[in-house]
Ligand binder design. Structure first.
Ligand SMILES: NC(=O)c1ccc[n+]([C@@H]2O[C@H](COP(=O)([O-])OP(=O)(O)OC[C@H]3O[C@@H](n4cnc5c(N)ncnc54)[C@H](OP(=O)(O)O)[C@@H]3O)[C@@H](O)[C@H]2O)c1
Length: 318
């Protein structure tokens, strides 16, 4: 039987029944033990990963919005975006990632969430990317105005002024204004810096680039996150469409069907979400059909370690 289809564990049952409180009691040093590798299948069958800090379940395929929702006031470019979100949620998606630096993205996400009655149903993740405390506060206040009070997750964007901004986020979390905090970056060059921060700070989340092409995080950062109980969001899962360009005209290998993979997008995403250290991948799209394709990566069998190795070798040989 596939490991992912086993029943819920006692810890997961506790999380479902009693949420974070039960897990806090079960954990050590005031922090629950990490929960990994036991995704539950709920309606409509999406792969679920648990946030180590609380045990809260999160569908492993999320939605990025960096370029795709940064469309200004262009009505033609705005037109498909409500449908992108509607399809995402209908397919079982929950985490939507945005940032103050993504132009109109926060405003558009806020509007769509309000108009579709999704507040409290989706998990909103945004960032603070400021060079000083005054600028940071202005950004946070704007995010709250656009997205609403009680944003689920705010991360320090690209480690900018991270000590100060993280201290502010801790205050906001303690005051109940956000539920989780973390830090992000998007280049392999930044991995050493991320390793240092994860090693010295208690974080709920990090966000990094990781894909079948950029696998450097496998060496140290992802194992460290498992050890420290840090949730991992994955940005640039398609290397901003670069992966599609790399495989253009190449057929999907027949063996991809062994883990229920029907497209290159699913190949790239299943490579990421099948890694037990990964909590949620953040593919961005402005196309409702692509959302459904991407959400398919959270369904069915996932590649095991040997299959992931084969995927990486196949991609490297292209
Ligand atoms: N420092 C940071 O914190 C940081 C940095 C970078 C990114 N991020 C986050 O990570 C998210 C994802 O990264 P990204 O936006 O750079 O790029 P990405 O998700 O790697 O790639 C997006 C591109 O892939 C295309 N695409 C999506 N689904 C597809 C499908 N099923 N078939 C074919 N093409 C498809 C999209 O075009 P279509 O619109 O035509 O589908 C778009 O051009 C961002 O949106 C942002 O939320 C965070």
């Amino acid at each position: 039987m596939n490991e992912q289809r086993k029943g819920v564990t006692r810890r997961e049952a506790l999380a479902l029944l009693g949420g974070g409180a039960a897990l806090l009691m079960a954990g050590t040093a005031g922090r629950p033990a990490p929960v990994y590798g036991q995704p539950a299948y709920g309606q409509p069958g999406q792969l679920i990963r648990n946030i180590p800090a609380t045990g809260e379940g999160l569908p492993a395929v999320g939605l990025g919005t960096a370029v795709t929702f940064d469309v200004g006031n262009d009505p033609a470019k705005r037109a498909p975006l409500p449908e992108v979100v509607r399809q995402f949620v209908a397919a079982g998606g929950r985490l939507i990632d945005t940032a103050p630096s993504y132009g109109a993205s926060e405003e558009i996400i806020g509007e769509i969430v309000r108009s579709q009655g999704l507040r409290g149903k989706v998990f909103l993740s945004t960032k603070v990317g400021a060079s000083n405390m005054a600028e940071g506060l202005e950004q946070l206040n704007t995010s709250v105005r656009l997205l609403g009070e009680g944003i689920d997750l705010i991360e320090v964007h690209n480690l900018k002024d991270w000590k100060n901004q993280l201290a502010r986020l801790r205050e906001w979390k303690a005051a109940g204004r956000i539920r989780y905090l973390g830090v992000t970056h998007y280049t392999e060059r930044s991995l050493d810096a991320m390793i240092r921060v994860v090693g010295q700070e208690q974080l709920d989340f990090i966000q990094i680039n990781y894909s079948v092409r950029e696998r450097e995080a496998d060496a140290k950062l992802l194992p460290l996150c498992r050890e420290r109980g840090v949730a991992v969001l994955v940005n640039r899962p398609f290397a901003r469409a670069g992966l599609f360009r790399a495989v253009r005209a190449k057929p999907l290998p027949a063996w991809a069907a062994e883990f229920d993979c029907a497209s290159w997008a699913q190949f790239f995403l299943k490579f990421i979400v099948s890694n037990p250290a990964v909590t949620c991948a953040l593919p961005a799209t402005s196309n409702p059909k692509h959302v459904l394709d991407n959400m398919g990566a959270g369904l069915g069998r996932q590649p095991d370690a040997a299959q992931r190795k084969r995927m990486a070798e196949y991609f490297d040989a292209i």
